[in-house]
Design a binder for this molecule. Structure first.
Ligand code: 5AD
Ligand code: SF4
Length: 477
């Protein structure tokens, strides 16, 4: 059974490579340019690297300016309404560009496209779009472009489910020295507010050997840090024919020589096992940063959200992590204004924020997503109430983020240098293991290197530092 799966996806990837070759003969000579816009999460950002890889293989060249592009693609997100409105707004504007450039192609892909209502709306009001595809078949981009060029008609290819995981896609990475790697796709959790399980499908894990081979290839290519990606990495491997835990996978990945730092996201608190906590404690390569969304501090609301943990069990989990890794930076996601949320429930959320002292948090106003159970719940919270709570949450968070950031001052940390600072070219910017951003004096030859940096000042959402000798590093990870 397993063997057949591998053969199918291998065959599919050979087919796509052949199409890319054929297309490149026409496209390269014309000097055509592409521009990819990514909406949403890291998963989408990573998918966009694959889209770019395919487009370059076909012979398109990258441009930073959408207006210059002959091929424009939006990799969309639908997790909140705002993300969708942005896409519609940008699409409207593209209509004009296309009038001046009739041969330009416009493609839409990603989570939004997995919803029937969106496809209907695009067919009705955005006829200037050329190609629509979803989250399960982005590897087919070359084939879809070929079909569009041959037929001259709008091409729509949306799959309800994935068929197979196609390995070996080309990819254009943003950084030479760090990369993301999918360990799994989809989500089985059905949190009642969330559209992701409907648009990304059920959980399926990649085989450990495929993941390790990919990482080995990246390391051979100069990558020092990898981020393992999945909607719920803690349930990695459960559905494989030979099940393996996420904790074991990390231990296997750690053995790769030359790989220096490992990160992962996102963790669901209900699945974060003692085995993983033990690995977090003893790992030499895992960075000291855990992203652990808690969404709400009220056990009553958590139940309505179908999160399957309580306020107390979340706090207990945090305690366990801090016991094995006192330096661990914690970040989280919080939703304000979930249906039925009362002032008391909200105060529980503030209480968790104060008790845990997160290093940072992504905060969201609850957004109704049609088709999810929460969309039809009674007691939707009025917008003004939710906004008022949201602002109070931001005030509390600001003080805590500030405090945590100040705690870094005086410490010496290993920093992976990412780029020249955008405002001041005498500075370089990089990240601590805790994921705090730091700027310090340096030149471009530091990019991609891991250097010891003493933190001298906190500016709340970033730090100022200075490079020092590799002596007394406060935190290796
Ligand atoms: N409204 C607001 N925030 C949401 N998220 C997911 N769905 C919704 C929604 N309907 C947030 C959650 C999740 C993050 C990626 O997005 O906090 O962890
Ligand atoms: Fe959405 Fe919940 Fe799955 Fe995260 S775990 S993707 S919030 S359903």
């Amino acid at each position: 059974m397993d063997k057949i799966k591998i053969d199918i996806s291998h065959e599919e990837s050979l087919k796509q490579k052949k199409i890319m070759d054929e297309l490149s003969k026409q496209i390269k000579a014309k000097g055509l340019k592409y521009h990819v816009s990514t909406f949403g999460c890291q998963m989408n950002a990573h998918d966009s690297e694959k889209l770019k890889g395919i487009l370059e293989e076909i012979g398109y060249e990258a441009t930073d300016n959408e207006k210059d592009a002959d091929f424009v693609i939006y990799n969309t997100c639908c997790v909140r309404e705002n993300a969708e409105l942005k896409v519609y707004g940008r699409l409207g504007a593209l209509k004009n560009n296309k009038k001046h450039k009739p041969n330009m192609l416009i493609a839409l892909c990603g989570c939004m496209m997995q919803q029937d209502t969106v496809i209907k709306e695009i067919k009705r009001a955005y006829k200037h779009v050329d190609i629509l595809f979803g989250t399960h078949n982005l590897y087919k981009l070359a084939e879809l472009i070929q079909t569009r060029l041959e037929t001259g008609k709008m091409v729509i290819d949306i799959w309800e489910n994935y068929k197979e995981i196609v390995e070996d896609l080309p990819s254009i990475r943003k950084f030479k020295f760090k990369a993301s790697v999918n360990v799994m796709f989809g989500c089985n959790n059905f949190c009642t507010y969330c559209i992701v399980p409907y648009v990304r499908g059920r959980e399926r894990s990649r085989k450990p050997q495929d993941i390790i081979n990919e990482i080995q290839g990246l390391v051979d290519d100069g990558v020092k840090e990898i981020t393992l990606l999945g909607q719920n990495v803690n349930s990695y491997g459960k559905n494989l024919e030979q099940p393996i835990s996420f904790a074991r996978l990390i231990q296997e990945i750690e053995k790769i020589d030359g790989l220096e730092k490992i990160r992962f996201m996102t963790s669901h608190p209900k699945d974060l096992s003692d085995e993983l906590i033990e690995v977090i404690g003893k790992s030499k390569k895992l960075c000291s940063h855990i992203h652990l969304p808690f969404q709400s501090g009220s056990t009553r609301i958590l139940k309505k959200m179908n999160r399957k943990y309580t306020k107390e069990s979340y706090l207990e989990l945090v305690k366990k992590i801090k016991e094995v890794r006192p330096d661990a930076a914690l970040t989280t996601d919080i939703i304000v204004g979930f249906p039925g949320e009362t002032e008391e429930d909200f105060l529980e959320t503030l209480d968790v924020v104060k008790q845990v002292e997160f290093d940072n948090a992504f905060t969201f106003l609850y957004s109704i997503r049609t088709g999810t159970p929460a969309a039809t719940m009674e007691d939707q919270v009025p917008e003004n109430v939710a906004k008022e709570r949201f602002n109070r949450l931001l005030d509390v968070l600001n003080d805590i983020v500030n405090k945590k950031s100040l705690e870094k001052v005086g410490g010496i940390y290993n920093v992976l240098v990412e780029h020249i600072n955008k405002q001041d070219e005498n500075l370089v910017s990089g990240r601590l293991g805790s994921n705090h951003l730091v700027h310090f004096k340096g030149s471009k030859d530091l990019i991609g290197k891991i250097v010891p940096v003493k933190i001298i000042e906190s500016k709340v959402y970033y730090l100022i530092g200075e490079q020092v000798e590799r002596k007394e590093v406060t935190n290796e990870k």
